[in-house]
Each structure stands twice: as C-alpha cells, then as structure tokens.
Design a protein around this ligand. Structure first.
Ligand SMILES: NC(=O)c1ccc[n+]([C@@H]2O[C@H](COP(=O)([O-])OP(=O)(O)OC[C@H]3O[C@@H](n4cnc5c(N)ncnc54)[C@H](O)[C@@H]3O)[C@@H](O)[C@H]2O)c1
Length: 362
C-alpha cells in the first residue's frame, strides 16, 4: 500500500495527518509513505525526521496525490485538490460533507472511497476520531472568546474572571457534549459564571454532578436558550447531530438581544453552524460584527495549537491506519464495522444517510 500525506492547504491549517513515529510504524508494517515536503514543519516535524522514519519526501502535492492509493489528511480537500480525485483513491480525513456540497459532488463524480474521521464510530456509538479535536476546540473556544471580549479586539471589555467586587463574565454554552463540556471546564477555570444547555438530560446531570451545582444546567428549549443568550457575554455553539447539518438553535432575534460587544464562538460551524447569524470565517479573518456582536466561526480551530492537535489526532487515527495497512483497506472495513461507518462516499454514491438527506442525494 502506498500512503500519501499531503501538506494541508486550508487557510491557517498547521496540522499534519501523520507523525514521524506513525510513519515509522506504517513503513515497518510494509507500507510506502509519501510525505509532501514541509508537511509537518509548522508543528516541528522536519522532512529529515520523516526521512529517518522511512518516508519518501515528495516535492509536490500532485506527486503525493497521484502516487498514493490512500491519502491521509486532516481537513477536507480544498477545491484545488479536487483534480486529484479518481476511482481507485481512498481518502481518510475529516470531510464534514453536510456542509460541503461541492466537495461531495466531486467525490461522487470521481467515485472516490471517502472515509470521514467524524463518522467513524466506537463500540458504544461515540465518535472516537472527532472527540480529541472537539476537546481542543472546546477549550480553545473560551480562550479565543476571552481574547475577542477585550476592548482592543472589538469586544465589550469584560474580563471573564472579573475581580473581587465586580461581576464575573457570563458564558452560555449550547451543547454539553465533548466540545461543550471542555468549554465549560475552561470557563469555570477562568472564573466565569457558566450556564450550559443540552437536549440530553444525562449530559446535564453529569455536569451538575461534576461541578456540584457550580454551573447552571438548563434544558435546551427555546425559552431557556433565549434567556441564557440574552444574559451572556460569551456564547459558545457546540451542538452536533452526527453527520447532519447543525440545527439552528440560536435565532437572529436572540442574538439581537445580546449586549453590544458580546462574543459568539460557533464551534459547530464545520457542520454549518448552530447560530442563525453565523457564517464561516478563517484564521486570517476570524471575526465579523453583526447585530453589534462579534462572531467567530473558524472551522479548523485546532490548527491554532497544531502540535497538540496533531498528536491528539494521530493517536486516535493510528489504530485504524495500522489496521488498513496490515489487512488492506477492503478487509479492514469488512472487519471493523465502526470504521465502515466512516464511509461517506463510495462507488459514485453518498452512502451516509444524514449526509444524503442534508444534500438531497438518494
Ligand atoms: N470548529 C472547529 O474547529 C471544530 C473542531 C472540533 C469539532 N468541531 C465541531 O463541534 C461540534 C460539536 O462536536 P462535539 O464532539 O462536541 O459533539 P457531541 O456529540 O459530543 O456533543 C454535541 C451535543 O449537542 C447536543 N445537541 C444536539 N442537538 C441539540 C440541540 N438542538 N440543542 C441543544 N443541544 C443539542 C447533543 O445532545 C450533544 O450533547 C461538531 O460539529 C464538531 O464537528 C468543530
């Protein structure tokens, strides 16, 4: 098997899909690994380190994509990469197709076998390849939000922790899953007053238990969301319906009631976003102001901490990759139903029900 590791070209991306250690393991198991020149440089993995691990360093993206059977990436392919798609190519990466109709059409047209990290399922239905990046995005959402609350960054000038004698900042988090729970942990750590909302009562019970009532937990019905949004300085969108377009849980009318200079960080933007007034931004232009509120919606937040994110991501992709190298892709998919759940496109079809529904495919 020939595995290709391209340089990530999404705006501001710093992660790489394979560390030199993982590369060494794949090579030992018999794979040839093509790493595009400079692919790991921004996170401290030099070409020399990959070479020492047995990789072949290739000068161009074209050589990596065209020379490999299996492309291992971090972010969804960008339009300039669609030209490399072909019928005998397997792609293992985040795809987020419900929010990417053009990418979906290109994968379907060229009959690429597209295995999406975010759809791979663990034994009890959890999403093992999404989890570490959600933890990172959740934690980052608070430090990013705190930064944009600063007066010089267009924010209202609220310090989340406050000081003795002043009110601390208020944080509202919609979604108490992996990203929401980690946002909660950071916000509490910074001394903010936190309210967290979810439709799943068990998630709220867990938060209540963990913080012994120190965090307000609320059922995510429209009345509670409206109240929490109007009351907060920093709003975090952290909902997920796996594979589907994110539901809009915060309306524009609710955003209009926020205090001027308040901040929204919509982590769920990679699935289309869960705030009505949101649209994707980038690391180069991370925010815009609408209804007097600062909106931040970068779909690849973990790139801000590329070293930690690369290590966090590759530690969970490693077992699947090893399985594909040792058993072959077809056999690995047959033997591991959880990995097979990751298939989003195959033989010119969209095979994930939620993606098909979101984009009106059969
Ligand atoms: N922007 C980024 O850089 C980045 C990075 C990592 C993850 N993400 C994204 O963050 C989102 C959340 O991921 P996660 O791992 O935390 O998901 P998760 O499944 O762990 O948690 C999502 C939570 O949303 C809740 N939920 C669903 N619908 C709801 C609704 N209508 N109202 C209230 N709560 C609702 C669920 O009950 C669940 O608890 C996903 O879209 C994921 O892809 C984005």
């Amino acid at each position: 098997m020939i595995i290709g590791v391209p340089y990530e070209i999404k705006d501001g991306e710093t992660r790489v899909a394979m560390t030199p250690n993982l590369c060494r393991r794949c090579v030992k198991l018999g794979a040839t690994v093509l790493v595009q020149k400079g692919a790991g440089t921004s996170v401290g993995f030099t070409d020399a380190a990959y070479r020492a691990a047995g990789a072949k360093i290739t000068a161009t993206a074209s050589k990596v994509w065209r020379g490999a059977d299996l492309i291992v990436k971090v972010k969804e392919p960008q339009p300039s990469e669609f030209k490399y798609f072909r019928a005998d190519l397997t792609l293992f990466t985040y795809l987020h197709l419900a929010a990417c109709p053009d990418l979906t059409a290109a994968l379907v047209k060229k009959k690429v076998l597209g295995i999406a990290y975010e759809s791979v399922e663990g034994r009890d239905g959890f999403l093992p390849l999404l989890k570490p990046m959600s933890h990172i995005a959740g934690r980052l959402s608070i430090q990013t939000g705190a930064y944009f609350l600063q007066s010089q960054n267009g924010g209202s000038g609220v310090l989340l922790g406050g000081i003795p004698g002043t009110m601390p900042g208020r944080v509202a988090i919609v979604g108490a899953g992996n990203s929401g729970a980690h946002a909660c942990r950071m916000a509490v750590g910074m001394g903010a007053r936190v309210a967290i909302l979810d439709l799943d009562a068990r998630k709220l019970e867990m938060i209540d238990e963990e913080y012994r009532g120190g965090v307000v937990t609320l059922m995510a019905n429209p009345g509670n969301i409206e109240m929490a949004v109007a009351d907060c300085d920093l709003l975090i969108g952290a909902v997920l319906v796996p594979n589907a377009k994110a539901p809009t849980v915060v309306t524009s009318a609710m955003v209009k009631k926020m205090r001027p200079g308040s901040v929204i960080v919509d982590i769920a933007i990679d699935q289309g976003g869960c705030i009505a007034s949101i649209h994707p931004t980038s690391h180069h232009e991370p925010t815009y102001v609408k209804h007097g509120v600062v909106h931040y919606a970068v779909p690849n937040m973990p790139a801000l901490v590329g070293r930690t994110s690369t290590l966090g991501l590759t530690q969970v992709t490693e077992p699947y990759l090893v399985q594909m190298v040792t058993r072959g892709i077809k056999q690995a998919l047959a033997e591991q139903p959880g990995l097979a759940k990751g298939i989003n496109t195959q033989d010119g079809l969209v095979v994930n029900r939620q993606v098909a529904r979101a984009l009106s495919y059969k």
